[in-house]
Design a protein around this ligand. Structure first.
Ligand code: NDP
Ligand code: 8X3
Length: 253
C-alpha cells in the first residue's frame, strides 16, 4: 500500500524538492502552502511524472483555526499520514537587534514556531490514533549557532531544535519517530524573502561558493524515512562543503 507524506511549504525550495523526492518514491503527497496557483502546478507535475495521488491544501500555518479545519477536514484516505515534513518557514530582515522590525519578528515567530506547533499537534494526533508515524522538522544551522543580525530568526530555529527534542520524548510511547534536519546555506527563495524581493542582495548570499541545492536536503529528508521502524535519525546538520559553520565560508575571492 502506498504511503502518504504531508509537506508544509511545498510551493518552493526545500519543500518542493521533497515533494518531488517522495513522489518519485511513490508516496502520495499532501502539498500545502499559501500560493494556490503554485500548488496546482506542482500537483499536475507530480501526478503526470510519477502517477501518484496529490491532495492540495491551501494553508497559512500561522492560523490555528485554518490548520485544525484543514487537518480534520482531510478526506478519510488522506488522514493516514505516514510522514509529516514541517518545513514552512522564513527569515525576514537581517538587522541588528536594536534596529529590528517588530512585525518581521512576529511573522517569523508565528510561522517558524507557532505554525510548526499547530501543524505538528494536529498531525501527531492522527498518527497517535494509528500508533505509527514520522515527524521531520526542518531546523537550521541558525538553530545550532547564532550569527550577527540573525537574532530572532536564529531564536525561532533554536526553538525548532528544542521542540523537536520535546516531541521525541513526549511521543516516545506512541510509535512516532521524530527527526530534525538542519541545513546550512541552501539556494532557494529564502534570501529573496528575507530581503523582501531584492534579488541582487539575495544572490550575493550564494555568490562565490557552492551552496546546497534543495534537492540535497531532500535526499537526507527522504533517507531518514527509509530506515527500519526500530531505527531513528534524531538530528542531521547538512552543510555545503564550502561552509564550515554559520559564518565561515570558503569564498573564492
Ligand atoms: P523558500 O522561501 O524557497 O520556501 C519557503 C516555503 O515556506 C514556501 O513554500 C512558502 O510557501 C512556505 N511558507 C512561508 N510562510 C508560510 C506560511 N505562513 N504558511 C504556509 N507556508 C508558508 O525557502 P526554503 O525552502 O529555503 O525554506 C524552507 C525551510 O528551510 C524554512 O523553514 C527555512 O527556515 C529552512 N532553512 C532554509 C535554509 C536556506 O538556506 N534556504 C537553511 C536552513 C533552513 P507560501 O509562500 O506559498 O506559503
Ligand atoms: C537559513 C540558514 O544561515 O542563512 O536557515 O540562517 S542561515
Amino acid at each position: 500500500m502506498s504511503k502518504t507524506v504531508f509537506i508544509t511549504g511545498a510551493t518552493s525550495g526545500i519543500g518542493q524538492a521533497c515533494a518531488y523526492k517522495f513522489a518519485e518514491n511513490k508516496f502520495n503527497v499532501i502539498i500545502s502552502g499559501r500560493r494556490k496557483e503554485r500548488l496546482q502546478q506542482l500537483s499536475s507535475k507530480l501526478k503526470q511524472s510519477f502517477g501518484v495521488d496529490v491532495h492540495i491544501m491551501e494553508l497559512d500555518v500561522r492560523d490555528n483555526d485554518q490548520v485544525k479545519a484543514a487537518v480534520s477536514g482531510l478526506p478519510k484516505e488522506w488522514k493516514n499520514i505516514d510522514v509529516l515534513l514541517n518545513n514552512a518557514g522564513l527569515a525576514l530582515g537581517l538587522n541588528p537587534f536594536q534596529e529590528g522590525n517588530e512585525d518581521d519578528w512576529d511573522t517569523m515567530i508565528d510561522t517558524n514556531i507557532k505554525g510548526l506547533l499547530y501543524v505538528g499537534k494536529a498531525v501527531a494526533n492522527l498518527m497517535i490514533s494509528r500508533g505509527h508515524g514520522h515527524i521531520i522538522n526542518i531546523g537550521s544551522i541558525a538553530g545550532k549557532e547564532v550569527y550577527p543580525k540573525g537574532n530572532v530568526y536564529s531564536a525561532t530555529k533554536h526553538a525548532v531544535d528544542a521542540i523537536t527534542k520535546g516531541m521525541r520524548q513526549d511521543l516516545l510511547k506512541e510509535g512516532i519517530r521524530v527527526t530534525q534536519v538542519a541545513p546550512g546555506a541552501v539556494e532557494t527563495e529564502f534570501s529573496i524573502v528575507r530581503f523582501k524581493g531584492d534579488d541582487e542582495k539575495a544572490s550575493r548570499v550564494y555568490h562565490d561558493y557552492r551552496p546546497l541545492a534543495p534537492e540535497d536536503v531532500a535526499e537526507v529528508v527522504y533517507f531518514s524515512t527509509t530506515l527500519p521502524d526500530h531505527a531513528n535519525i534524531n538530528d542531521v546538520v547538512i552543510m555545503p562543503t564550502d561552509q564550515a559553520n554559520a559564518t565561515n565560508f570558503n569564498k573564492k575571492s
